[in-house]
Design a protein around this ligand. Structure first.
Ligand code: FES
Ligand code: FES
Length: 211
């Protein structure tokens, strides 16, 4: 039976014509569409001194410091865990203070000195905290470890400078290098493997106290 209808189209002809038309639409559509304003990234220049080397970058203004380090400078030692300030995996040291690099924009750090795990030590010459983590088994999978080590180094600096914590009974007294004090100060660095007690031992050793 002839499948042509009263308008003179066959079903087969309609199907072929339809797919050809949609192919044309798919091809032509994007070229004709004007780019939405929000699709065009706004970029700005920023200079960062990372591990002693200056880097001049042109970044999307929404780029976090964490993504600038990992995606633009290929310093993947700093880890992305939650990307929301909850886990501490992204901890780096900026001008001597530890921060969650996922929580600040790279542009906020114009001219800042950033130290990542790659800048603390090398495989040939480990930072004392890196060596102590190895000695005390301060990690298992190691994902949280760069953040833990950066945080641990900065914590010892905070205690040395007399920066008080929430568990300090006398906030005008010099903070003690105790297990209790260290656990409070390291509470923003989560370890899913539960290496906490070994991390404490490593920190106490580097700080000059035994567990
Ligand atoms: S990745 Fe930054 S705190 Fe979790
Ligand atoms: S060593 Fe695995 S999450 Fe800390």
């Amino acid at each position: 039976m002839d499948s042509s209808d009263a308008f003179g189209f066959s079903r087969r002809g309609v199907l072929i014509g339809g797919s050809a038309a949609s192919a044309v639409l798919v091809h032509v559509g994007p070229a004709q569409a004007a780019p939405a304003r929000g699709d065009v990234p706004v970029t700005m220049p920023v200079s960062l001194e990372v591990n002693g080397t200056r880097h001049d970058l042109q970044l999307d203004t929404r780029t976090t410091l964490l993504d600038a380090l990992r995606e633009h400078l290929r310093l993947t030692g700093t880890k992305k865990g939650c990307d929301h300030g909850q886990c501490g995996a992204c901890t780096v040291i900026v001008n001597g203070e530890r921060i969650n690099s996922c929580l600040s924009l790279a542009l906020q750090h114009q001219g800042d000195k950033v130290t990542t795990i790659e800048g603390l030590g090398t495989p040939e010459k480990l930072h004392p905290m890196q060596a102590a983590f190895i000695e005390h088994d301060g990690f298992q999978c190691g994902y949280c470890t760069p953040g833990q080590i950066c945080s641990a180094v900065a914590v010892l600096g905070e205690i040395k400078r007399g920066v008080p914590s929430h568990v300090q009974e006398d906030i005008v007294a010099a903070p003690a290098l105790s297990n209790h004090e260290l656990r409070e100060r390291m509470s923003g660095n989560i370890c899913r493997c539960g290496a906490y007690s070994n991390i404490m031992e490593a920190m106490l050793q580097v700080g000059g106290t035994s567990a």
